[in-house]
Design a protein around this ligand. Sequence first.
Ligand code: ZN
Length: 420
Amino acid sequence: MKYRCKSRFGFGIAALVVPFAWGVIVAAQETAGPNAGIPAPRYKASTNSADAAACRDRLKQIHDGITAFKTANQRLPNWLSELSPQYLDAGLLVCPYVARIGDLRSWRSGFRDDVFQDPKGSPSYAYEFNDRPRRLWTGVTKTWNEHKHRQIERMGPLGRDAVPIVRCFAHDPVLNLAYNGRIYPSGGVWEKLYEPQFSHDDHHPESLFFHEPLRVDMSRFPPRAASADSRLLDLSSHYNAYIDEAWLPWPADSDLKGLPVGVREFRGTRFDARGIIQLKGARLLAPYPIVVPGIRIGRACTNLHFLHATRVPSDHVTEVADGSKVASHVVHYRSGAQVEIPILYGRDVKEWWYDPLSPDHGPAKVVWEGENLASLGWDRKIRLFHTTWTNPWRDQPIDSLTLVSAMAETAPFVLAITLE
Ligand SMILES: [Zn+2]
């Protein structure tokens, strides 16, 4: 049976994690059927050609202002408000249609907010080359400006003609002012116009900054309690992501801040959770490892307990079949023998985001539920699972454990491992 991450939006969790990397979330209309209950935005995008023409004129003026700014300062403005008063009147930073309906704010709901967070002004236009930083993965942060410049480089000769610097979402279709001044219409996801020459993944920060390695600061992980039982494995040297910080570029603020840190009991089993070991998956392009070897065990045991989950890393609509293998951990016995611990989707673990209106936890065993700022924004919750593996050779000492991703569509992550 196929398991599909259902959402009230009618597409997968990945789809809700959305339309494009650094793009927009298309505001949903109130409808019957699967989208029932989603509030309609108070504004309606204009389909009027005169409105679009007026906005195009305005975009030309903005382009002239940006060009003058660049000539004088040898750089782009960090935000559109930097253009005024010298290079452009601040009043020209509001689309004529938006000015007419007199609603600068409400129509933004449902759209990706970063591009609107001008610290000084209130332009209605989205500014895509702003200097707002985004966490990509552990220890690596890039600004929108850096990301968009990399996108231009990636597209080669097409780049300056394609990558929008300013966008107006108040129209249907959306109006885009490209880096070189060209103005063109598109859907919410302009990148679709350039498929298949450039795939969705080509525009992703994971593809554009693939050469940036993780930069893990071990001092960021809370210290292990002196009293921690040795059966609660010390994973300190293997963690590659922090509990209190998002560890993939999208969505921002999708972290595990709400998780109780340190030695805690999760429905009858004690774990020492102070960090995250994220493994790669077929869709997870960020530089997390496929294999994490050398987790020291040094004794015989009856069971191994895992506190873990999986995540669809970006904006793909992903179906994960129940029973598909997401990890293939390996137990190394002192005798030299090895045993695989298959981690199966559905039975052992599931996607960490879920819809609280239709929780689909089982048969995997959920032992912690919470939320983060990103999940709250989508009316979702987050969860962690507990899997028990029964050791077939319980009298044989185990030297170590290797965590191995099965490179499935959804990528596994492990917070804690306990011996019994
Ligand atoms: Zn406009």
